[in-house]
Ligand binder design. Structure first.
Ligand code: DON
Length: 568
């Protein structure tokens, strides 16, 4: 009987996954504007703002707030992220860093081995609202209040949920850890199904407390979140558990506008986010290395290409562990993105043999990530381009909803190096650069990316996926620039991931990209391979390609989770 049940589940999974990878892509073309995000109502919110005369940053702000309502596992006002902006008509590409910070009372050793990932003390000071205010002040055109209207209406009047959202809410509500602890009761109250035991597609989700919080942000700007009622509710929520965030921490939070990390690759300019994200530096470093390795002369998934790509990844992620953290607190060697350094690294790759990860950083003593994040892309008729990744860290963050304020809190403190000195083969990092300090931003892998040519954006991309994010962005850039694929082909291509430790190459299996023979040969070279389960994909890279000749936008939503591309 058990065996039969197992067989039925296995067949079910296979059917779903086959159906999933063959699902038609949501794609759109246009010349005046394009928005691609994971959540159809959020994409529509952005499009509505573009059509009302807003620019890409206005639309991005509207999408961000709408996602806080319609994609609560990752969309947020209680989290943070990175927004890359390529100004219309050229000029400096900047990154609005709205990463969370450690509260004033945080200490390097505040976490013990018994700490879980769903507590009050794992919450970082949220950056999203200040990030959006900062982006709007610098680039926005429409009045601030107007940008929040779509989100407020969605939260206040409710909206029918789709299959993806129903399954996300049902799974967080069903989880034993959510049901058992008192700190999650507000999440259960706010997101519990209006009728029946679980959510079904088409039922309406109404979020009145969140609507009221969004109203305060619409009316008072950053003060509507970081001061007054919202700040008080958040501080009270923190005090009800082991949380550290105070009203003072909230009042002190500032997003930063930082220069983008810049690299070049095959005649293109590549822009990624600077520290506290590791994304820009690692992406540029890997592209610099790959410039020497002529991937396009070989089959995309040949043994040779998978080998050198993996070796480039390993080295970049090793440097990430060694050196990267919040540059306001630690000094980061400038050579990491230099062409000379990349030449040295490329020269160290043995064409016939995998380098064991441990041998890359002998000085680091070795002791014996889950969705959600979300990425969206926007471009407007003037060529202003926005690449934005935002997160609560884990799916539904700390799974704590601020009582009376209706929003979910992040668990981003988990992105710091929790145990100083403990770097292990499973991927835990304990090096100094990313240890906890009050006010410091935790290291991120978010990699919203803009590729430009002759001062004009050609590709806007990025992804969720924890440490896999950087490699997903890398492979999107390679698909378009190195292999000259169209966007749907680059999007559908199987993705691979190596992050130094665990010393293991993880790969997607759809379309049989890495064949059994390739896998056997890679193993013989010393690689350790691990195929992803058929239902567990890498990333969700909602992207826009801009045709340099015709100026036409092509938006494609990744099929791996959910999404809508809409343009006009
Ligand atoms: O900032 C980071 O790198 C992580 N907090 C992102 C987490 C993530 O992408 C989980 N999602 N899919």
């Amino acid at each position: 009987m058990k065996r039969l049940q197992f067989l039925a589940i296995a067949i079910g999974l296979l059917v779903t996954s086959v159906a999933h990878s063959q699902r038609p892509l949501s794609q759109a073309t246009g010349r005046r504007g394009m928005v691609v995000s994971v959540s159809p109502p959020a994409t529509r919110a952005g499009l509505e703002i573009l059509k009302a005369g807003g620019n890409a940053v206005d639309a991005a702000v509207a999408v961000e707030f709408a996602l806080a309502v319609t994609w609560p596992a990752a969309g947020n006002i209680g989290g943070g992220g990175f927004m890359m902006v390529h100004p219309a008509g050229g000029g400096d590409v900047v990154c609005i860093d709205y990463r969370e910070t450690a509260p004033g009372a945080a200490t390097e050793t505040m976490f013990t081995r018994n700490d879980g990932r769903y507590s009050h003390k794992i919450v970082g000071v949220p950056g999203t609202v200040h990030g959006m205010v900062t982006a709007h002040k610098k680039f926005g055109k429409l009045p601030w209040k107007q940008l929040l209207q779509p989100a407020i209406i969605l939260a206040r009047d409710g909206f029918p949920i789709d299959r993806s959202l129903a399954s996300s809410i049902n799974s967080v509500l069903r989880s034993r850890s959510t049901r058992s602890a008192k700190r999650h009761q507000e999440l259960i109250r706010v997101y519990g199904p209006s009728e029946g035991r679980s959510w079904t597609t088409g039922q309406k989700l109404v979020l009145p407390d969140l609507a009221a919080t969004l109203e305060r942000i619409a009316n008072q700007g950053a003060d509507g979140f970081y001061k007054g009622k919202t700040a008080r509710l958040l501080a009270v929520e923190m005090a009800s558990g082991d949380g550290l965030i105070t009203e003072k921490d909230l009042a002190a939070y500032r997003a930063r506008i930082r220069p983008a990390v810049h690299g070049t690759f095959r005649g293109h300019d590549v822009y990624g986010p600077p520290p506290p994200s590791s994304g820009g530096i690692c992406l540029v470093q890997m592209l610099n290395v790959l410039e020497h390795l002529q991937l396009r002369k070989h089959e995309r998934f040949s043994v040779r290409n998978v080998h050198v790509l993996t070796e480039a990844m390993k080295r970049a992620y090793c440097d990430r562990a060694r050196y990267l953290g919040d540059a306001d607190f630690v000094k980061i060697p400038p050579r990491l993105t230099s062409k000379e350094y990349a030449r040295t690294l490329a020269g160290q790759i043995d064409p016939a043999k995998a380098t064991p990860s441990a041998s890359l950083a002998p000085e680091i003593q070795l002791a014996g990530e889950s969705p959600e994040t979300t990425h969206f892309s926007v471009v407007d008729a003037g060529g202003l381009a926005v690449s934005n990744t935002t997160t609560l860290e884990g799916s539904w963050g700390a799974r704590i909803v601020v009582k009376g304020a209706g929003f979910v809190l992040n668990n981003e403190m988990g992105d710091f190096n929790w145990f100083p000195g403990t770097t292990d083969r499973r991927g835990r990092i304990g090096t100094p650069a990313n240890r906890i300090r009050p006010g410091k931003r935790m290291l991120s892998s978010q990699t919203p990316t803009i590729v430009a040519r002759d001062g004009r954006p050609v590709l806007i991309t990025g992804s969720p996926g924890g440490r896999t994010i950087i490699n997903t962005s890398l492979q999107m850039v390679l698909g378009i620039v190195e292999f000259e694929q169209d966007l749907p082909t680059a999007m559908k291509a199987a993705r691979i991931h190596h992050q130094w430790f665990p010393d293991r190459l993880l790969y997607e299996t759809h379309d049989g990209a890495i064949t059994a023979e390739t896998a056997t040969r890679l193993k013989a070279m010393g690689h350790r391979l691990s195929a992803r389960r058929r239902t567990s994909y890498q990333g969700d890279a909602h992207s826009i390609l801009i045709n340099a000749k015709t100026g036409e936008f092509h938006g494609v939503a990744d099929w791996r989770r959910n999404g809508l591309a809409a343009g006009y």
